[in-house]
Design a protein around this ligand. Structure first.
Ligand SMILES: O=C(O)CCC(=O)c1ccccc1C(=O)O
Ligand SMILES: [Mg+2]
Length: 369
């Protein structure tokens, strides 16, 4: 197939509730939605879910737009290819900028799956008919707000609770949550809020029977995490530190973690995400899919990825109603009883895009022919 037209939509939507992590609070999202056309008029959809500020990773919406407009799109527009590998080869020379690459790459997966008449899950090699969902809960100003959110999501059937933590908002919060919910599958995500100097402090987390502690140390570290993992009973899970299959392999060799959170955006797309899934399987390390508060389009891609066999733990891919009043897909991506059905009847991502809703939340459009 040949890419003949590319449209980028800057879509802005409010979160139902502000979301706070160790690096800040956000109440609005700005993601780039990508629409690709091939010469037959077939369409593929993708989402660049980079944060707006360089707090979680070095990219922002503006750097993604710059990379796509000035380097990636000129490298792919008008080019012919038959596989995702051939497609990514066109911009192999571009270093980093994974969120910018991922939105385009994911749209190509959708386009190729549609042209082959198969679901994205099938094209990836997925095996699960449904995925199990957990929720990621932000830091709350008071414990009762947090407890009532936990109650709500457990009542909805979500399979595990992840709490954002930071120094001063950790041990007492975890103790209180454990007092109310002694057996709930529970994890904590520090988003790099600690250093090796906190080892004694972090060892105290072992008493909470957490399924894992996510990214306790620096966003670019795998060495100190290996030292920390040796001291902790709680499994360490890496998020920010893993950008590629090579760097996942290094972390597995070093023993930096016992679990990996895979986000297609963070690793440059679904091809790299699947490679990380595969290498983790070889090392007997389970993976799960994280989230960047994706709209329905990115969320649908994440659901398909989660259908691979080694996505064996509930992830952060929740129903889109957790975050948004309305969404860009028809039907919405929802998780009744904490499960999302993997669409297999329709080709590609398996959800239609509601362009009327998309246009109502538009903050910019960029067309390339
Ligand atoms: O529900 C989601 O999409 C996951 C939310 C989340 O935890 C998160 C959101 C934005 C940036 C980083 C993270 C994270 O997993 O660290
Ligand atoms: Mg995380």
């Amino acid at each position: 197939m040949k890419l003949v037209r590319i449209e980028l939509y800057h879509v802005r939507m409010n979160l139902k509730d502000a979301f706070e992590t160790s690096f800040g609070r956000k109440s609005e999202l700005n993601h780039l939605i990508i629409k690709l056309y091939d010469e037959s008029g077939a369409i593929g959809w993708g989402e660049t879910a980079s944060p707006s500020k360089p707090d979680y990773c070095p990219e922002t919406l503006e750097t993604c737009l710059h990379m796509q407009r000035d380097f990636l799109i000129p490298a792919i527009l008008g080019k012919s290819f038959d596989t995702v590998e051939e497609f990514t080869g066109f911009y192999e020379w571009v270093r980093g900028n994974n969120f910018a690459k991922a939105g385009l790459e994911m749209a190509v997966w959708d386009l190729l799956a549609k042209s082959r008449g198969i679901s994205l899950s099938k094209m990836l090699g997925g095996t699960r008919p449904y995925i199990e969902s957990g929720v990621s809960l932000g830091i709350e100003p008071d414990i009762n707000t947090l407890l009532s959110k936990i109650e709500k999501y457990l009542a909805e059937g979500y399979k595990r609770i992840k709490l954002k933590i930071k120094p001063g908002r950790d041990l007492t919060v975890l103790a209180e949550v454990r007092r109310h919910y002694p057996d709930v599958p529970l994890t904590a995500d520090a988003n790099s809020a600690y250093t090796l100097k906190d080892i004694a402090h972090l060892k105290q987390f072992d008493r909470f029977n957490l399924a894992m502690i996510e990214q306790p140390l620096a966003y670019d570290d795998i060495v100190d995490h290996a030292l920390l993992q040796r001291e902790l009973e709680t499994p360490v899970c890496l998020d920010e530190s893993i950008h590629s299959v090579e760097n996942a392999r290094h972390a597995l060799e070093l023993g930096s973690c016992r679990v990996i959170n895979i986000k297609p955006g963070r690793v440059g797309g679904l091809l790299e995400a699947r490679k990380i899934h595969d290498v983790c399987q070889q090392y007997d390390v389970p993976v799960w899919c994280g989230g960047m508060h994706e709209y329905g389009i990115g969320r649908a891609h994440n659901v398909a990825l989660c259908s691979l066999p080694n996505f064996s733990m509930p992830g952060d891919v929740s129903g889109s109603d957790k975050y948004f009043e309305e969404d860009l897909t028809q039907p919405r991506v929802l998780a009744p009883n904490g499960r999302i059905t993997v669409p297999t009847d329709n080709p590609g991502i398996g959800y239609e895009v509601n362009e009327e809703t998309l246009k109502r939340h538009l903050a910019g459009t960029y067309n390339f022919t």
